[in-house]
Design a protein around this ligand. Structure first.
Ligand code: PRP
Ligand code: URA
Length: 209
């Protein structure tokens, strides 16, 4: 069964408070989401493999370590996933980026796929699916399915805020996928919004309504 990690780092929790606050405007919201993306990337890369190398310091030789060159792929779900992607790329700039375009039909809450463009070698890459919101879990499940259908084997899911319903839905449909969150909230409301959540992530990032 997939594991669920909630990053309780004080900087993440502090910034998340201002992301939730309805008084936070578009510019600041976007900056904060970007920053939390970087901080979450720091946590999620904790288990990247290292290899030993020798380097010459100004005074002697040192046995040291470098990343072992694991191939990573970032997969933002459009559009809100884009808001976290640059922040993550700041830490892992050599990751390839694929895009999955989905929107949630406001009546049925079912995700509708409109765009998929992926790195050609996704089957060799460890993929991180990125979306600030995991609400019913429909979008994440469809995105993960779209990746698996095209050969992906190693997938993780990174979200800012999840509802318990979304976490359960992903665990049930994709038990091989670990989930990384900044917060696990209380519930969904009747319109499928996370309570307390942050409202509509895409609208708050891009100033639409
Ligand atoms: C939001 C959010 C997720 C989805 C979560 O996207 O960014 O992708 O809803 O809801 P779910 O877990 O119930 O599927 P939205 O459909 O509003 O599209 P947008 O990012 O283009 O605004
Ligand atoms: N999508 C959002 O942007 N916010 C929610 O609370 C749920 C889905």
């Amino acid at each position: 069964m997939g594991k669920v990690y909630v990053f309780d780092h004080p900087l993440i929790q502090h910034k998340l408070t201002f992301i939730r606050d309805k008084r936070t405007g578009t510019k600041e919201f976007r900056e904060l989401v970007d920053e939390v993306g970087t901080l979450m990337a720091f946590e999620i890369t904790r288990d990247l493999p290292l290899q030993e190398v020798n380097v010459q310091t100004p005074v002697s030789e040192a046995n040291s370590k470098v990343l072992a060159g694991k191939k990573l792929g970032l997969i933002p779900i459009l559009r809100a996933g884009l808001g976290m992607t640059d922040g993550i790329l700041g830490l892992i700039p050599t990751a390839k980026v694929g895009h999955v375009g989905l929107y949630r039909d406001p009546e049925t809450l079912q995700p509708v796929e409109y765009y998929v463009k992926l790195p050609s070698d996704i089957e060799e890459r460890e993929l991180i699916v990125i979306d600030p919101m995991l609400a019913t879990g429909g979008s994440a499940n469809v995105a993960i399915e779209a990746l698996k259908k095209r050969g992906a084997k190693q997938i993780r899911l990174m979200c800012l805020i999840a509802a318990p319903e979304g976490v359960e839905a992903v665990k049930e449909e994709h038990p091989d996928v670990d989930i990384y969150l900044a917060a696990l909230d209380e519930k969904l409301n009747e319109k499928g919004y996370i309570i307390p959540g942050l409202g509509d992530a895409g609208d708050r990032l891009y100033g639409t309504k």
